[in-house]
Design a protein around this ligand. Structure first.
Ligand code: SF4
Length: 281
């Protein structure tokens, strides 16, 4: 049994959310610079110039990439031979998130009651934690700082098997069309196909963090990703909604077995500020 202290976990979580908020990942940055260089619409090109320059300013000055510093989402894949010592796993993560958002002067965006009080918790907790038990002695942490301009444009559809590939394609494309300029394009579309209602959504959220350029291992889904990316870009919504060639940087699909009567499809939209960071303890 390997021991990992809750203090180490807390520090790691804090560092992940600070990094995610201040440094865009190299693949997103490269894709945005490529989109900027190939853009033919002057207004969209200007937007892409501003957005890519903003990445540089944020990293150099230690400032958040966007004023919406997101709700803290943490995927924790926990080796079954790990024992957390010196406190509670949940508490360590929540304290790490508070350390990052309070200590790092990041905007606090979480309210304790969703409908009536809507009172800010003042430290951006609670984070949403998705913990899985996996073989081994390591803990993999994936932190996502999720802005809600794009989260609000996400959808879950309980399609039936007769919808087939075209039904799935149309649902995903319709989601991008309905979102329009609201999710701060260029967007990253995470798609979950299969499972049940909530598993499809979880797959979609995790898919938003898949590195650009990595395709689904099944050639049929990989082809669907490419076809969808072309179709979303053909919508012409463009950077910041100014038209042009790039509405989406990526469409990433994750899949799971499902019920014989169902074909769940979830689309989680992420903005150009696709902020995520990961580490292994
Ligand atoms: S959707 Fe993304 S880019 Fe737009 S305000 Fe929210 S975090 Fe910022």
């Amino acid at each position: 049994m390997r021991e990992i202290s809750c203090e180490q976990l807390r520090t790691a979580v804090a560092e992940l959310f600070l990094t995610a908020n201040r440094q865009i990942s190299s693949d997103i940055r490269a894709a945005m610079e490529q989109a900027r260089d190939r853009e033919t619409s002057p207004a969209a090109r200007y937007a892409l110039e501003q957005l890519t320059e903003n990445y540089v300013c944020a990293e150099e000055d230690g400032l958040p990439i966007c004023q919406d510093t997101g709700m803290a989402i943490l995927f924790a894949d926990i080796g079954q031979d790990v024992h957390f010592t010196g406190g509670s796993f949940e508490d360590a993560i929540q304290r790490g998130v508070a350390d990052a958002y309070v200590g790092g002067l990041l905007r606090k965006s979480v309210v304790s009651d969703p409908l009536f009080d809507r009172k800010n918790t003042l430290d951006n907790t609670p984070a949403i934690i998705h913990a899985s038990i996996v073989p081994g002695k390591q803990v993999h942490l994936l932190a996502i700082a999720k802005g809600f301009g794009s989260e609000n444009m996400s959808r879950v559809g309980m399609l039936t098997p007769s919808a087939g590939e075209e039904g799935v394609f149309n649902y995903i494309l319709e989601t991008a069309r309905l979102a329009g300029p609201n999710p701060c394009p260029p967007i990253v579309m995470g798609v979950g196909i299969g499972g049940d209602f909530e598993q499809a959504a979880l797959l979609a959220k995790r898919a938003t963090a898949r590195p650009l350029g990595v395709r689904h291992p099944d050639a049929r889904y990989a082809a669907l990703e490419t076809r969808l990316l072309d179709a979303v870009n053909a919508l012409g919504i463009g950077a910041a909604g100014y038209g042009g060639r790039t509405t989406a940087l990526n469409v990433a699909i994750l899949t799971a077995p499902t019920h014989i009567a169902g074909l769940p499809v979830a689309v989680n939209i992420c903005c150009h500020a696709s902020r995520h960071a990961e580490t292994t303890l």
